[in-house]
Design a protein around this ligand. Structure first.
Ligand code: 2HA
Ligand code: ZN
Length: 268
């Protein structure tokens, strides 16, 4: 448990210092693997069962470390037990209860539908090897959703692949673009989980980005590279627009060189 707390402190502190997590913006969840169960088994549940908005039998019985609603990511380093909690899903995947955290009282992030539904997707697609999901508010990714007309998954993926040569290696499946939907809604949760079934990153128009990974470092790293590419892209636009760019042939060559099978359909 201490190791998990250290991991989430590192990630949340980095997110806050990068300016990705103003006020209570951004949230993190980590599906716990069985190594972490022993510690938590000693705890009495701290709450009754709260119904999930939809049944998720795929994650029945699973435990998640989740940041708290209304809590600030920048405070996790100082008071982890107030700002994060561990929830357990019941044996039918229909409800959650609190095992630890959110002191003195609290609940998981308002984006719980996006987190849990995405965990269903990433557990399946990774053959149970992916455990981390992050949602956050990085400036350049958000600004790009205002600055570029008619963004969609193809144009956004290509724009970022072209803006920074690392991108096709870090997110060869591209980045899903999700048109604006109300924060915290089931619609946003469903759309995000659907995106996570085929990609590791999804942009929420006018709002932020989500990323998944085997662990917090991988999820964070993917978002970090996408944000860097968005920042470069905006700087190029501010400098009068691209006079040249990485070509499709060069992007293909990079993907091949690093052995990254990428989503060809994004070049159609
Ligand atoms: O937790 O980021 O999208 C605050 C948010 C909602
Ligand atoms: Zn948000």
């Amino acid at each position: 448990m201490q190791k998990l707390i250290e991991e989430i402190k590192k990630t949340s502190g980095d997110m806050a210092r990068r300016g990705w997590a103003e006020s209570n913006g951004g949230n993190i969840s980590l599906r716990l693997n069985s190594e972490n169960y022993a510690y938590l088994n000693e705890f009495q549940p701290k709450s009754g069962w709260t119904q999930l908005p939809v049944a998720m039998p795929e994650i029945a019985g699973e435990r998640f470390l989740v940041t708290g609603t209304g809590r600030f990511l920048r405070n996790i380093e100082v008071f982890p037990e107030k700002n994060i909690g561990v929830i357990e899903i019941d044996q039918k995947g229909e409800a959650w209860q609190l095992l630890w955290g959110y002191e003195p009282i609290g609940a998981p992030t308002s984006e719980l539908p996006a987190h849990l539904l995405s965990h269903v997707s990433i557990k399946q697609k990774s053959n149970n090897q992916s455990f981390a999901f992050i949602h956050t508010h990085p400036n350049s990714v958000i600004a790009l959703t205002y600055a570029v007309a008619n963004l969609d998954t193809k144009s956004l993926s290509r724009l970022l692949w072209q803006s920074h040569a690392e991108c096709v290696v870090v997110f060869p499946q591209g980045i899903e673009f999700l048109p604006w939907v109300m924060a915290g809604s089931m619609d946003l949760g469903r759309a995000t989980a659907n995106a996570m079934s085929r990609r590791n990153l999804a942009v929420w128009e006018f709002h932020g980005i989500c990323g998944c990974g085997r662990n917090l470092d991988e999820a964070f790293g993917r978002i970090d590279v996408a944000e860097k590419a968005a920042d470069i892209c905006l700087r190029v636009m501010a400098a009068g627009g691209a006079k040249k760019t990485l070509t499709e042939t060069q992007i293909r060559a990079i993907a091949e060189n690093f052995n990254c099978p990428f989503d060809e359909s994004l070049f159609d």
